[in-house]
Design a binder for this molecule. Sequence first.
Ligand code: NAD
Length: 252
Amino acid sequence: MKQKHIIVTGGAKGIGACCVRLFAENSHHVTILDVDDEEGNKLAESLGDLSQFIKCDVSDTDQVVRAVEKAIDRFGEISVLVNNAGINPYGAVTETSDELWDRVMNVNLKSHFICARECIPSMLRNGKGVVINVSSVQAFLSQQKVAAYTTSKTALLGLTRSIAVDYSPEIRSIAICPGTVDTPMLQKAIQESPNPEEVYKECEDMHLANRVADPSEIAELIFFASSEKAEFITGQAIRVDGGLGVMVAGSK
Ligand code: NAD
């Protein structure tokens, strides 16, 4: 297998960190972009020469431009961009300030656009590439009180299609749409709830699988989607959600 250079945004923790480990275990070079320098540096150091951490707020164009240049200097042209960084603050529309709305859109949507714009020229110089956008099952189904999050994750499906349409056949683009995944994002949301145990159980019960996903299960799909084995898949949204939303409510 040809050694590739993969960029993973939000790669310091959760789903992103699992992707970083999986690509490195398969001998690829991985650049981690994240705002969390403590966890990012720790992860990169644990992977030796295969990985580098670059502190970067991916919603900031200047930081992304500098980070992508630095990434290419060290590991060469980019084969795969995993646009994974995301935040999930609560709020129905009437509870969402302009600032919160903008922050969610900047991190969950604009950052994916900026990173794709800065990485696609490198992929084209390389002959081909893949852009993976980590969306959510909430692009299809909505939970209460996450209006900005749901909107941003739905818009990512449009960005995914546009990249596929504009840059095929050289570049493929795929949205990955997980159900609930046991990561620091989920743990934080659960710990902030009035009854963490009950809320975790409710999360499990929403899925036909009767459990939430391990982040490695999402990383495995991202690894496959970005590989040569998936070359006939592009412009699509793929759900990895334990059957969430398949069942008629209350029929279990
Ligand atoms: P997480 O909070 O555990 O990890 C996200 C990482 O992104 C963190 O390391 C964080 O520091 C980084 N990050 C946040 N803002 C950033 C920014 N501006 N610039 C750079 N890095 C930034 O989250 P996770 O659960 O691993 O989620 C990863 C992706 O999967 C997100 O896009 C999330 O919306 C999506 N997702 C998660 C779930 C879930 O249940 N956990 C479900 C569906 C989709």
